[in-house]
Design a protein around this ligand. Structure first.
Ligand code: NAD
Length: 367
């Protein structure tokens, strides 16, 4: 039976979800809320949604499923608003917020006793881009789509959600909301703080040591990539997961202190162990396996510094969809090749490797 789905917030996440839902359920009606006209227009013009509104409450009673894809604070505000609306009986309410405890706790409080179902969710995919214009039907492909079931997640809710979202091609997983926030504080929230601190420290240092800007290369780039993330989103993430993040900061200070002491004592063995342990731990971690979260398929080509060389490679790759192309300029000490091309999947990367090795004599490295 065709359903009516209401997506509130037609930003990167909401609009990409609308596209994913349409892929497997073209007969479902998708309603969209957005406060700004621009994203509403884009979503309508590109067929992501069937009808749009800037009045959140107006479409809510029509929906079988309501998905709030808004900043965390606004998600909570709309959950409170939904509690006072006359919704369809058994409607499923879900969200996409990057932290879960605050949202789930508010939902449990405000929606309790109402004839509605609720399941918190966090699709672990995204980019620094925002707005409906950046929507991508493949955004969630192979990414973890985390559900955080709670008292209002009655029997059958998850199955219905998984069926609704099958076109996202994501990997569904369930975890307790608090545990979600602990785990993400370590592997996502705290690394963002570190990347931005390192970036800020370097920028200040570079005011006096101009060469710092010029010498910053691959390692520095990898460490600070996420410092380009959207500030508003990260502010609300930190503010909605304070306690756990503060714990991570305290723990890290101790670690920095310990390595500082090893250096000050000149303890070669301790320093060696520090690096060796981290190396072994990283090598054993999931991030080395293809298909993990955020994994991309990178191919490096050692091209000569000649005119038109990049054009030639792109010409060879015509028809292969690539996600990114990067020229590692100047410092080649820690890069595998000057031209880095990223692909969405292994097939495209292997096709590209074959085409380049068959048609050129450049060295190609897959890492
Ligand atoms: P976005 O900036 O692309 O979209 C946010 C949407 O919320 C926009 O449509 C905006 O108009 C609307 N909005 C913002 N403030 C509002 C307000 N006060 N009232 C009404 N509408 C408002 O952001 P996004 O990346 O789509 O993020 C949406 C949610 O998804 C956030 O909770 C975020 O934590 C979560 N999330 C983001 C990512 C990511 O990497 N981008 C990944 C996973 C989860």
């Amino acid at each position: 039976m065709a359903k009516t789905i209401y997506i509130a917030g037609l930003g990167l996440i909401g609009a990409s979800m609308a596209l994913g839902i349409k892929r497997d359920h073209p007969d479902y009606e998708i309603l969209g809320y957005n406060r700004s006209q621009a994203s509403r227009d884009i979503a309508l013009e590109r067929g992501m949604i069937d009808r749009a509104t800037d009045d959140f409450a107006s479409f809510a009673p029509l929906a079988d499923v309501i998905i709030l894809t808004l900043p965390i604070k606004q998600t909570i505000a709309f959950i409170k608003e939904l509690a006072d609306l006359d919704l369809k009986e058994g409607v499923i309410i879900s969200d996409a917020g990057s932290t879960k405890s605050a949202i789930v706790e508010e939902a449990e409080e405000y929606l309790a006793g109402k004839p509605v179902r609720f399941v918190g969710a966090h699709p672990m995919a995204g980019s620094h881009k925002t707005g409906a214009a950046s929507a991508d039907v493949n955004l969630f492909e192979n990414a973890y789509y985390i559900f955080t079931p709670s008292r209002l997640t009655s029997h059958g809710t998850l199955e219905e959600m998984k069926d609704l979202l099958s076109g996202l091609h994501a990997r569904f997983i369930e975890i307790d909301a608090k545990e979600h926030d602990r785990v993400t504080s370590q592997i996502s929230h705290f690394p963002h703080i570190l990347a931005s601190s390192l970036m800020e420290q370097t920028a200040v240092y570079a005011q006096e040591h101009e060469m710092a800007r010029r010498f910053a290369a691959g390692g520095f780039r990898d460490m600070t990539r996420i410092a380009e993330s959207e500030p508003g989103m990260w502010t609300s993430i930190l503010l909605s997961n304070r306690e756990t993040i503060l714990e991570r900061i305290a723990d890290f200070k101790e670690r920095l202190e310990a390595i500082g002491q090893s250096i000050s004592k000149g303890d070669e063995e301790q320093i060696w162990n520090f690096f060796n342990q981290a190396r072994e731990q990283r090598q054993a971690m999931e991030i080395h396996k293809r298909g993990g979260v955020d994994s991309s398929y990178d191919l490096y080509v050692d091209v000569p510094d000649e005119e038109d060389v990049i054009l030639r490679i792109l010409e060879l790759l015509r028809g292969t969809s690539l996600v990114n192309i990067h020229i590692n300029e100047e410092n080649r000490e820690d890069v595998h090749g000057i031209l880095q091309i990223s692909f969405k999947n292994a097939q495209d990367m292997e096709r590209a490797e074959r085409l380049i090795t068959e048609n050129t004599d450049y060295t190609v490295v897959i890492k």
